[in-house]
Design a binder for this molecule. Structure first.
Ligand code: C5P
Length: 319
């Protein structure tokens, strides 16, 4: 049983202060894009995972693997009276780079959930699967639903964005290196502690009616731009509170972002916790031009053209 699952971008990522549980409250606009991993699950004596493709050597193949954790979480969530399924061999074919800010590990977990739900005929609805997903990681529930959606809490509380299904054309610039998500959040806390105001984004400032200073807000101007379907307006409202932290840990990304904007991108931002940079293009043709120019500019390891939004994790073959 094979499921295909997309990478994600955050068109807005507004991060609040750290919570008591160590996570950061956030408001984000998730956007699934057409860069896919494929995850196959087959019955086996015990749960094992093997990984091929982009960055495969950097994906853990033990209990830390998010897809394996998703398999275990789904098994544990099955009703006691149901026949308990045996082990599964999970095979992940990666095209989403590892530790790149594109939620590739979360995507693989979501695909494993969808594939095992089918293999075991568990019959979990998408909302029920999303509850299991949220226990595996903050971005896993979104990888199940895909499209464009607003995430709150740790990112796991999702509401549909209610925007038209306009296609947006993106160029992704993959970096020569990785960033650890916890390290980027820690760097953000440090930057904020040392220089108030330095990392202000559209969602960060406390305003009237707020429950606590620094609670993040959904960017109304971004949502209005998305409702209009106007890529120029969307490009002007992309924002990521994690970007200054990612840049502090990976200064070379400044050059990548500047190059993309100089080459005509409508907007540019670091994807999630980085180090991938995402550039919005006016249309498919401009995206091709931008991809060619960016790869010639020597400011990244490689580039990919993707479109969004695309649907979330789905079974592709019942093999
Ligand atoms: O939930 P997930 O395992 O994907 O998160 C990875 C790490 O990113 C967390 O351990 C935490 O350090 C950081 N994080 C956070 N606030 C969030 C999401 C993630 O601090 N909302």
């Amino acid at each position: 049983m094979t499921a295909r699952v997309p990478a994600k971008l955050n068109l807005q990522l507004a991060v609040g202060p750290p919570r008591a549980d160590g996570y950061h409250g956030l408001v984000t606009v998730f956007h699934a894009v057409s860069l896919f991993d494929e995850v196959t699950v087959e019955p086996a004596a015990q749960d094992t995972v093997s990984v091929t493709g982009e960055g495969a050597d950097r994906v853990p193949e033990d209990g830390d693997n998010l897809a394996l954790r998703a398999v275990a979480a789904l098994r544990a969530a099955l009703p006691r009276r149901a026949a308990q399924p045996g082990g599964v061999q999970v095979t992940i074919a990666k095209r989403i780079p590892v530790a790149a800010g594109l939620a590739g590990g979360s995507a693989d977990a979501a695909a494993a959930l969808v594939a095992c739900n089918e293999l075991w005929a568990s019959g979990f609805s998408q909302p029920r699967l999303a509850e299991v997903a949220a226990t595996v990681g903050s971005d896993v529930a979104f990888a199940l639903v895909g499209g464009t959606a607003v995430g709150r809490g740790r990112g796991e509380q999702l509401t549909p964005a209610l925007v038209p299904s306009t296609q947006y054309y993106w160029v992704l610039a993959f970096a020569d290196g990785q960033l650890s998500t916890p390290a980027v959040y820690t760097a953000l806390d440090r930057l904020r502690a040392s220089g108030p105001g330095k990392t202000a984004g559209p969602g960060k400032t406390a305003g009237p009616g707020k429950t606590a200073p620094g609670d993040p807000d959904l960017d109304a101007a971004l949502m209005s731009a998305l409702r209009s379907g106007d890529a120029v307006r969307v490009g002007g409202r992309l924002s990521n509170d994690l970007q200054p932290a990612a840049l502090s840990l990976f200064p070379a990304l400044r050059k990548t972002l500047a190059a993309g904007l100089e080459l005509g991108a409508l907007g540019a931002l670091v994807a999630g916790s980085g180090p991938t940079c995402a550039f919005l293009a006016a249309n498919a043709e401009r995206a091709l031009d931008l991809a060619v120019s960016l790869s010639g500019a020597g400011v990244c390891r490689s580039v990919a053209r993707v479109a969004g939004p695309v649907p979330g994790a789905a079974v592709v073959t019942a093999g």
